[in-house]
Design a protein around this ligand. Structure first.
Ligand SMILES: Nc1ncnc2c1ncn2[C@@H]1O[C@H](COP(=O)(O)OP(=O)(O)OP(=O)(O)O)[C@@H](O)[C@H]1O
Length: 346
């Protein structure tokens, strides 16, 4: 059992108080370029299965409080996010590391896809709904995630629940910072405005990425699998056509230097493999002009998600009804709202 002092985030980040925490287990469940993530069992101050993410990039120069991922996560709380519960810093082998105690989910979308797991349409709809609840909440909080991709989508397949993880690239939208945004967002999920060189952040970036991720839930393959940036641009143009003058102005970019093509359209490009209602949904997202893309809260009202409200609730492949998800539309969750969940975990 490990025991130490940590900072607990309460009252939606308004109050950070020092507490003693203890946990057992240390199973590596994921890793990134500058992080290892462990699955542990929190014992005190309450019992809960957690993920502890140890990060070591920038940690010498920046205290935990100056670390952007901790700063941003401290201000957020929503059931469709891997919420930050506590954080602390440690010295390990001469390295200063920051440790984020996060809500845990047992599966990761990309690993399931690698194993050949196929999602059925009902599950694709319920996971997509939760992903867009997360994006709508971030939009409201003026935060852009900027790295929505299957590696950052964690799931509890048994319960049909999804959380968005990894706020390591997230940015506040109301800052004037502009630099280096073009190479944000992993290539397959990078929207046209970034591919064509825009340096502006907007919530529409996350909407595009979440749309591409959701396509993988529905079709079980990647929508735009470009070999490099130019190939990625070409794939987008194959489907949507060469950007119009209005698109170029709206994106704030120069005319892209790629071959002009006539749009094939999403249905033809994807061999008409999806239901009409899914194409209607995708076509409100897969749009070159970021200002014409629907916002996440508009997307949540589309007919594709009628199934979430339907009673009796539809039965998933597991034989259980789909989970109660309407409460995720509530956008003013408080950390205190989770106290019943914490006690039920005991
Ligand atoms: N809360 C969590 N619950 C379960 N698994 C998690 C959780 N957070 C992260 N993971 C797992 O750990 C992996 C790495 O975590 P994360 O993406 O946050 O690290 P990172 O260093 O920011 O990664 P990258 O270098 O790819 O940006 C994830 O892909 C996921 O598999």
């Amino acid at each position: 059992m490990t025991e130490l002092k940590a900072n607990q985030i309460t009252d939606n980040g308004q109050i950070i108080k020092e507490v003693r925490i203890s946990f057992t287990g240390h199973r590596l469940c994921g890793s990134g370029r500058f992080s290892n993530v462990y699955n542990c069992k929190l014992i005190t101050p309450y019992q809960k299965e957690v993920a502890i993410k140890n990060v070591w990039s920038d940690t010498i120069q920046k205290s935990a409080e100056e670390y952007v991922e901790i700063q941003i996560l401290s201000t957020l709380y929503h059931p469709a996010l891997a919420n930050l519960l506590f954080y602390y810093s440690q010295k390990v082998e001469e390295r200063n590391i920051h440790c984020l105690v996060l809500e845990f989910m047992p599966q990761e979308m990309s690993k399931l896809r690698e194993k050949g797991v196929k999602f059925d349409v009902l599950d694709a709809k319920i996971y997509t709904f939760q992903l867009f609840c997360a994006v709508a909440y971030l939009d409201l909080m003026k935060i852009a995630h900027l790295d929505i991709k299957p590696q950052n989508i964690i799931l509890n397949v048994e319960l049909g629940l999804l959380k968005l993880a990894d706020f390591g690239n997230a940015r506040r939208l109301n800052t004037s910072e502009k630099m280096g945004v073009s190479y944000q967002v992993t290539r397959f999920y990078r929207p046209p405005e970034l591919l064509f060189g825009s340096n502006q952040f907007s919530s529409a970036i996350d909407v595009w990425s979440a749309g591409c991720v959701s396509f993988e839930f529905f079709a079980n393959h990647t929508l735009f699998k470009g070999k490099d940036t130019v190939d990625q641009m070409n794939l987008v143009i194959t489907v949507l056509g060469y950007p119009t003058d209005e698109d170029v102005r709206s994106m704030g970019v120069k005319r892209p230097r790629v071959a002009k093509k006539v749009a094939r359209g999403l249905e033809q490009y994807t061999s008409n493999c999806l239901e009409g209602v899914v194409y209607d949904y995708l076509k409100s997202i897969i749009i070159i002009d970021p200002k014409k893309r629907k916002t996440a809260s508009q997307i949540l009202k589309l007919p594709i998600f009628d199934v979430i409200q339907m009673r009796p609730r539809e039965i998933r492949n597991s034989g259980k009804p789909i989970p109660e998800l309407e409460h995720l539309l509530k956008m003013d969750y408080r950390r205190e709202d989770s106290s019943s969940e914490e006690s039920s975990d005991k």
